[in-house]
Design a protein around this ligand. Sequence first.
Ligand code: PNS
Length: 154
Amino acid sequence: MCPGSFDPITNGHLDVIERASNLFDEIVVAVGINQSKNRLFEPDERVEMIQEATAHLGNVKVDVFRGLLVKFCVAHDISAIVKGLRAVSDFDYELQMGQMNRSLASVDTLFMPADPHYSFLSSSLVKEVATYGGDISGLVPEPVLRRLRERLGT
Ligand code: PNS
């Protein structure tokens, strides 16, 4: 499983999903729905953008989850979580989450180093740059670019 908020999916996420899809028979991209976070895109929009961006990958499906990630993993017989790491700062929090998830259920977390081309990339920064009219082509998949332009009128 490749979990995340994906608000929206970036080329950094897509790179990790593509590489994970080469390593595993099947990948579930799981969109976490956390009510407390301020989101630009609704869950079904985020799912649609991921489906369009991963349409070329035959072994990837997209789903949503609410609540604990490990509950979704257990319910769907998923034994491994794949997370991309952009920097050491990501590792601190991801290690803590990976260890917590391992203590809650028999679900291991595998860390994949981000492609250096994308190590500065985040959904939040993409939204900020797009909001102020910056060029984000090359940073997000085409379906995201289109929707961001529609949404922000840029
Ligand atoms: O893209 P993000 O925002 O870094 O994704 C974080 C996400 C959704 C994967 C993470 O917050 C998560 O797993 N949330 C589900 C709630 C949960 O299981 N919390 C305990 C983690 S130890």
